[in-house]
Design a protein around this ligand. Structure first.
Ligand code: ZN
Length: 261
């Protein structure tokens, strides 16, 4: 059996099967994972479609709502409009670039990595080819030298990665000294998850791992980070958006926010 990616425990217990995928839980640290993970072709089929159609496209009502969420996530970052050079911020899992827009408004020099073709195309139109890499993080991080970024953001990204420890090590290397990582992801220790059990809307095939506040602290510490702040918050939703999302991709329901240095 493949050992727990957080605590290296080798006695992982089966939890349930959902949509044909076997979920397991580590009794020691509580990490929930899909094991074996979906095949590359299955994941490619998910990401290479019109992944962001369920975000409501570029309609202003959805953009404003997303912006509100990202403002909240980035609220502790200082406004750096008057700094020269501008601090560099990398958004990993940049979606359609809305978080990059918010960070840009605060004065940051923004860059993004996005696996979905449709999302990367929209970002390219907004920011230019040199600001966005269309690909998976594992294949893309080498584009930048170590110590290139002051801030790295992973919003609804970290639960998608195949090797969370490797991703954090590479992320750490991309950060400058005193750089910050902002992680935003669903909280598997939430009340919603406890009540809904396998019906929790974050248990979807592309979420390969479900972290709780306690085990994400462990994996961050084991990869060199120290935790600066952890908080839980709700996403901003309106009814139309919730219906859109739930129809295609019931994803939202209890979100955790982790800030680490
Ligand atoms: Zn574990």
């Amino acid at each position: 059996m493949k050992e727990c990616q957080v605590c290296a425990n080798i006695e992982i217990k089966p939890l349930f099967i959902k949509d044909g995928f076997p979920y397991q839980r580590c009794p020691k640290c509580g990490l929930i994972r899909i094991e074996p993970q979906p095949a590359n072709e299955q994941l490619d089929a998910i990401y290479n479609g019109k992944y962001y159609d369920n975000w409501g496209g570029e309609e202003s009502v959805f953009i404003n709502m997303k912006k509100k969420t990202f403002f909240k996530i980035l609220e502790f970052l200082p406004n750096v409009k008057n700094e020269n050079p501008k601090p560099a911020l990398l958004d990993i899992g940049a979606a359609t670039g809305i978080l990059m827009e918010v960070a840009c408004e605060k004065g940051y020099d923004v860059y993004g990595i996005e696996a979905a073709k449709d999302g990367a195309k929209i970002i390219c139109e907004k920011f230019g080819q040199d600001k966005i890499v269309n690909g998976y993080f594992d294949e893309s991080f080498g584009k930048w030298q170590e110590g290139s970024f002051d801030i790295i953001v992973m919003c609804d990204f970290f639960e998608h990665v195949k090797n969370p420890k490797e991703v954090l090590k590479k992320t750490y290397a991309l950060l400058r000294q005193n750089g910050k990582l902002i992680l935003h992801l669903p909280d598997a220790g939430s009340m919603a998850r406890a009540i809904l059990k396998k019906r929790w809307t974050n248990f979807i095939p592309e979420h390969l791992f479900s972290f709780s506040q306690s085990n994400i602290k462990i994996i961050l510490k084991n990869t060199g980070f120290s935790i600066n702040m952890i908080k839980t918050e709700k996403k901003y939703l309106n009814v139309q958006y919730a219906q859109n999302v739930l129809h295609y991709y019931a994803k939202f329901g209890g979100g955790g926010v982790v800030f680490g240095i």
